[in-house]
Write a protein that binds this ligand. Sequence first.
Ligand code: PEP
Ligand code: MG
Length: 562
Amino acid sequence: MLTGIPASSGAAIGPFFLLNTDIPVADAQQSQLSTEQETQSLTAAIARVGADLDARAARTTGELHEILIAMAEIATDPAIAEEAEAFIAGGRTASYAMVKATEVFQELLTASGGYLAERVSDVANIRDRVLCEIAGISYPEIPHFDVPTVLIAQDLSPADTADLETDKVLAIVTAGGGPTSHTAIIARSNGIAAIVACPGVVQAAIASPNATVAVDATTGDVVFNPDSTVKSAIENKIEKIKARKSRTVSRSKDGYITTDNVVVPIYANIGRIEDTVAAVTAGADGVGLLRTELLYLDRSDAPTLQEQTAIYTELFTPFNNQKVIIRTLDAGADKPMAFISFDNEPNPALGVRGYRTINKHENLLRTQLQAIAAAAKATKAEVWVMAPMITLPEEAKNFVAMAKEYGLEKAGVMIEVPAAVFLADEITKVCHFVSIGTNDLGQYLHAADRESAALAGFNDPWQPALLRAVHQIAQAGIKNNCPVGVCGEAASDPTLASVLVGMGVSSLSCSVATLTDVAQAITAHSSAQLNQAGKAAVGANTASQAKNAARNELVELANLGL
Ligand code: PEP
Ligand code: MG
């Protein structure tokens, strides 16, 4: 049995196909041809790959379409060609030059961290496609499957999945990738079970070419040649998942309802116009986190008041009489923005980011608040505004006062810095609400970069320190009558989301892809069961103990195949 990270819920059993993307890299480093010939070969290969990616983009829609357009742009970005041409000028072959230029590019992306670091695998796939073009061989594509099949790969690029026959793919298992990788995104948007970061899966597939494979994307387990016990357990789970999909959940206009009639609003996290439709379709009670910086990552100049008003209006419009919690720009660290000047910081995650950029860019914040207020007036959404990276009650107080200047009556802050946890009592006295950012709070509590695979254990949202911090904030909120939500990824895990509510959190905001599973978990239990699970988790000493203790209380999860 192998174990990876569940990336898209579900379970499957069946034959598998191993996608072999080992590209034969030309050994020759020194060119026997002229510089012009090598350059021409490279330029032609890049142009063909760019055109092919554009064609793939044209055949797709939604998120995949956007990703492929971005990949085509990266492929034809003159920066890569120029870097490679410098190697060719030094007498290298086009293939070797492409490999080296890609390395330079990947190092830059990795050093930038966050969203840019996630582009590293896209660049690798572009390189492989260009190498195939130069060598005159065809790139190994996913074939047509006659029967539903589990797809196994080292990693999958969005370009690999453009023509995926989703009804023929039982599940996806990759050795690489992470829960936010493209494989995960694509699997979730197509409702395909997926497990990522599963070491050894490629070797196991090579060792047992004709095996049946059982995939449990709720636990992360992958079993080659399962025995009858594993087989029947998986088949049982598949049945439960099927039944869950057709189970109706109790809901009122204010939120989802536990079995003893306690209302829990479940909002969606969004960052783009396309997400609004997906959020409404998934049954979101509104938006619990609108990440505005994602709208402007590629801008070189600051968006104007008019531009901002227009896009916020468009984003609020689908949420008639529903809440939209919009966050002011969380720029800096892994989300650098060209129109905000950052000093050369040795440690950007601990530097001037989020609300702290007010020191040099107060007008930017004011313009944003003005635009949010104008958009709120123009629509029927109930707009609340919040600031990221708040450390002190003083900052929270100033932000709430500034929002009020623009007529934004409901203002709050994110709690994602450890100091703010200890000061939660004071902060919940000066805000109209707070929202816990478990992604950053986890990384800062454990002094462990949230992007680091080597430190992933510290960033496990079940870590006792994080659970106790959330509990402390929730209790401060209850005491001071200040709603406390969670909008970090912790709220997207149905089991953990149940625990958060049990600890006193009053609303959840999760990724659109997991919202229905979270709603299923909440509505299947009573508030007493959720409270017991919260208590059990807070009392645990390790992440796995916390999860097991909570699952013992949340007895309906197994019946739902969650
Ligand atoms: C968080 O830190 O948990 C959060 C929701 O904010 P972001 O992931 O955008 O930093
Ligand atoms: Mg954050």
